[in-house]
Design a protein around this ligand. Structure first.
Ligand code: ZN
Length: 446
C-alpha cells in the first residue's frame, strides 16, 4: 500500500513539527515538512492519513519476550526463580499444545500492537505449523521467532532450528528465525558450538531474507557461573561466562543476550570487544528479584542495548512504554544521578538500538529506505498536555492506550485502536477458557 501520513509531529532523526511521511510498499521513501512533501507528491495513488494533533514515531521493538506465555499471565507470582520455573511454569508449559502456543501468541501479538510494538523477538518451543510466527502473521506483527535449544534434546533442537529456518525465515517479509540456545546452564559447550555453526551457515544461505542471529539468556542469575561449572564440569575462566563462551568461539555481533545483570569486569571487556548486544528487561528482573543490569556501564563500553519485557508470566504485560520508564528511572535512583539514561537515549533503546540487537540495519527510524513500521500517537490527551518535548512525553508521560494507529511493513494493522484480522473479544474468551482448562488438568493430574 502507498500511504502519506500528513501534518503530524514526526519523530525522525530530528523532530519535524508539521511533517509528513511517504510510504511506498513496505518502505519509507520520503520524510519532510508537509508543504515540501505536498509539492513533491501531488499525484493520487496514496492513502492519506491525517496526523494533525498526533505524534508519528517509529514502532517500538520488544527485543526479548516469550509471547505465548500470555496464557500464564498471573498464574504464579511472588516466587523465587527456580521454584517459579520448576513447580509452576514448566509443568504448565508441558500441557500446552502447538495450538495453545499459537493462541497465547495471538493474544500477545494483539497486545503488542495495541501497545505500539511493531516488532517482537520471542523465544519459545517450536512447532512446525502452529507457533508464534503463525500467530503474529495473522495480525501483521513483525516477528523474530527464537527457536529454543536445550541440551536435554540436542537432536530435536537442531532439527527444529533447521526446519524453522527453511519453513519460516523471510515469510511474508515479516518473519525472521533466530537460534535460541536457552542459557549457559541448559546448553552444553558442544551445543553452543553447533548453534553458532548453524547460524553462520544459515546466514550465508538465507541472509538475503534477513540476517540470522543468536538470541539467548545470559547472567540473569548471579549464581550462573557456579551452576554452569557444576552442570557441565567445565572451567569458567575468571568467573566470566562471556569469556567461557568466547573460548567456544560463539560470540559475535550477531549474538544477543537478554539480561546480563551480573557481569564482572572481564565480562564487560570480552562482550564489548566481540560486539555482543544486550537486551535489558528491567520489569521482569525486578519482579523475579534478580537485580538490575548496569546499562550505563554497558553504554560506557560502547555496547548496543535494546529493551524487552520478557514473558508476560514475569512482567506481567507486554508494555514497552512502561519498560522505557523503568529503564530510565532505575539507574537514576540506584546511582543517585538523574542525568543517566535520559529520555532520548531510552527512546533509542526502544527503537533503533532494539532493531540492531535483532540484526536489522533498516528498522527503527523514520528515514528514507527504512522499513515502514510506524505508530501514530494521539497527543490530545490530558496526560500529554502541554507538550514541550516529545521524548520526555514518550518515556515519562505516555500510556499504551494513547497509541492510535499502527503501520507494519507498510500495512495498516491498527486503526483507531481496532486491530485488523482478528475478533479481539472472541480471542480473549478463547484464551481464558483454554487457560483454565490447562490449570484444571494440572490440578487433577497433580
Ligand atoms: Zn526470557
Amino acid at each position: 500500500m502507498n500511504i502519506i501520513i500528513e501534518d503530524g509531529i514526526i519523530v525522525s532523526e530530528e523532530i519535524i513539527h508539521r511533517g509528513s511521511v511517504v510510504i511506498e510498499d513496505n518502505r519509507i521513501i520520503d520524510v519532510g515538512p508537509s508543504e515540501e512533501i505536498r509539492r513533491k507528491y501531488s499525484a493520487s495513488g496514496y492513502v492519506k492519513i491525517d496526523a494533525r494533533d498526533k505524534i508519528v514515531s517509529p514502532g517500538f521493538i520488544n527485543a526479548h519476550t516469550h509471547i505465548a506465555m500470555t496464557l500464564l499471565r498471573g498464574y504464579a507470582d511472588d516466587l523465587h526463580l527456580q521454584e517459579w520455573l520448576e513447580k509452576w511454569i514448566w509443568p504448565y508449559e508441558a500441557k500446552m499444545t502447538d495450538r495453545d502456543i499459537e493462541l497465547g501468541a495471538l493474544l500477545g501479538s494483539v497486545e503488542s500492537l495495541l501497545n505500539g510494538v511493531t516488532t517482537v523477538c520471542s523465544m519459545y518451543h517450536y512447532h512446525k505449523e502452529h507457533n508464534e510466527a503463525s500467530a503474529s502473521l495473522q495480525v501483521g506483527l513483525r516477528m523474530v521467532m527464537g527457536v529454543a535449544m536445550f541440551s536435554w534434546d540436542v537432536e530435536g533442537s537442531i532439527k527444529n532450528v533447521e526446519d524453522a529456518l527453511n519453513r519460516w525465515h523471510g515469510r511474508e517479509g515479516l518473519v525472521k528465525v533466530s537460534l535460541s540456545p536457552h542459557a549457559p546452564y541448559t546448553v552444553s559447550p558442544e551445543l553452543w558450538v553447533e548453534a553458532e555453526r548453524i547460524r553462520r551457515e544459515a546466514d550465508e544461505r538465507l541472509g538475503s531474507k534477513g540476517s540470522v542471529v543468536i538470541t539467548t539468556h545470559i547472567l540473569e542469575d548471579w549464581r550462573e557461573p557456579e551452576i554452569v561449572k557444576n552442570q557441565f564440569k567445565v572451567d569458567i575462566p575468571s568467573g566470566s561466562i562471556y569469556l567461557y563462551l568466547d573460548k567456544l568461539g560463539v560470540l559475535s555481533p550477531s549474538f544477543t543476550a537478554a539480561h546480563s545483570i551480573h557481569m564482572n569486569e572481564v565480562d564487560y571487556e570480552v562482550a564489548s570487544r566481540r560486539g555482543v548486544k544486550i537486551v535489558h528487561n528491567p520489569v521482569a528482573n525486578l519482579k523475579l528479584g534478580m537485580g538490575v543490569a548496569n546499562v550505563p556501564k554497558m553504554h560506557e563500553y560502547g555496547m548496543t542495548v535494546g529493551l524487552g519485557t520478557d514473558g508476560p508470566a514475569s512482567n506481567n504485560t507486554l508494555d514497552l512504554i512502561e519498560t522505557m520508564k523503568y529503564a530510565s528511572l532505575l539507574p537514576k535512583g540506584l546511582y543517585r544521578d538523574p542525568t543517566l539514561l535520559n529520555a532520548k537515549k531510552v527512546f533509542e533503546m526502544a527503537t533503533v538500538d532494539g532493531a540492531k540487537t535483532l540484526g536489522y540495519g533498516d528498522l527503527g527510524l523514520i528515514k528514507p529506505g527504512y522499513l515502514a513500521d510506524i505508530i501514530i500517537i494521539d497527543r490530545k490527551r490530558v496526560n500529554l498536555t502541554p507538550l514541550y518535548d516529545v521524548y520526555s512525553h514518550t518515556v515519562y508521560a505516555m500510556r499504551a492506550s494513547d497509541v492510535h494507529t499502527v503501520i507494519v511493513n507498510g500495512d495498516l494493522v491498527v486503526e483507531d485502536r481496532a486491530v485488523k484480522g482478528v475478533d479481539v473479544l472472541d480471542l480473549m474468551r478463547r484464551v481464558e477458557k483454554r487457560a483454565f482448562e490447562i490449570r484444571e488438568g494440572l490440578e487433577t493430574s497433580g
